[in-house]
Design a protein around this ligand. Structure first.
Ligand SMILES: *C1O[C@H](CO)[C@@H](O)[C@H](O)[C@H]1NC(C)=O
Ligand SMILES: *[C@@H]1O[C@H](CO)[C@@H](O)[C@H](O)[C@H]1NC(C)=O
Ligand SMILES: *[C@@H]1O[C@H](CO)[C@@H](O)[C@H](O)[C@H]1NC(C)=O
Length: 282
């Protein structure tokens, strides 16, 4: 376990040359001039009819005519980040660019590993697990992929033991995505971190561990645990090292029911968190 990465994640994104040829629609008001099409106009291709000769990249939330749903958030400069009122801020830049004479554009990025839609490994809240190497690369892909239930929880409470009991999730269900008031409040679209988000209270986490077969717990803000029970709820979930927590999911406009979920974290050796791409397939 010699090679231990620190929390910030630094990756080189080597885009295949000319894979994304994007004509600049830059205006002086866009926040990140190096990435005009990604950060400039979030309304995507819908708002302006493509002009002749202007290439417009596809940006989708749903694929294959409603069969595949992207439930990961886009990484944006104005997405919320833990404990900050400023949002994520600049996380992507171009040390080498074609505009400056390079043969290709090569971006670098830096962000906390628990940013946006992400996964927690047991080492997140147990230092002896961290030291023993229970990082995101140790998570079981069989738990991160398979049949999953999308449920709504009551909008007037955090997720307590009573709430869990009333959900009546049958034994045998291994993956559950919990949609909460956070989705209605669009908290993942607000750059200010908000401590009043809905999450699991300790007794709700304990009820889930003791009375269900759930191995994958997904929620719709930056932590599955309510702010008031932040560490206790994480402890209850992660102690057995059998439950995987996926946080910051984008569950808007998806019908309740059973899907096939597919979540893939990066293989970040030594990291107790990782950005994760999750999709639901009907
Ligand atoms: C990178 O190269 C692409 C393709 O030539 C171009 O469209 C884009 O504007 C370039 N970006 C920068 C920041 O140079
Ligand atoms: C190109 O280089 C100039 C001068 O070093 C720098 O100010 C500018 O930001 C660079 N542009 C890009 C797109 O990297
Ligand atoms: C959930 O708990 C947080 C504190 O952790 C609190 O601010 C919030 O109001 C609670 N939400 C609901 C709907 O009860």
């Amino acid at each position: 376990m010699g090679n231990r990465m620190k929390a910030p994640l630094i990756l080189l994104l080597c885009l295949e040359m000319m894979a994304f040829v994007v004509l600049s629609l830059a205006s002086s008001s866009v926040p990140n001039n190096a990435y005009p099409s990604a950060f400039g106009d979030d309304s995507g291709s819908g708002s302006c009819a493509p002009r002749e000769g202007v290439l417009v990249p596809p940006r989708r939330e749903v694929y294959d005519e409603g069969r595949i749903f992207d439930i990961s958030h886009k990484y944006r400069e104005d997405m919320p980040t833990w404990g900050s009122s400023e949002g994520l801020g600049r996380f992507l830049w171009l040390p080498a660019s074609m505009k400056n004479g390079s043969l290709a554009n090569n971006s670098e990025m830096k962000m906390p590993t628990h940013t946006g839609t992400h996964v927690d490994a047991p080492g997140h809240v147990f230092d002896h697990y961290f030291d023993a190497g229970f990082d995101v690369d140790s998570l079981d892909l069989a738990d991160l992929n398979g049949p999953a239930l999308l449920v709504d929880v009551p909008r007037d409470k955090n997720i307590t033991a009573d709430v869990m009991k009333d959900l009546n999730i049958p034994r045998g269900v291994r993956r559950v995505l919990f949609r909460t008031l956070n989705t209605d409040r669009r908290l993942m679209w607000k750059k200010e971190f908000d401590t009043s988000y809905v999450g699991f209270m300790k007794d709700g986490a304990k009820w889930l561990v003791e009375n269900t077969d759930i191995r994958l717990v997904g929620t719709d803000y930056l932590s599955v645990a309510a702010y008031d029970d932040l560490i206790p709820s994480h402890h209850v979930f992660l102690e057995s090292r059998e439950i995987i927590l996926v946080e910051g999911l984008k569950l808007d406009d998806i019908k309740l029911g059973i899907y096939s979920v597919h979540c893939l974290p990066l293989r970040l050796l030594g990291a107790e968190g990782s950005p994760i791409r999750c999709i639901l397939i009907k």
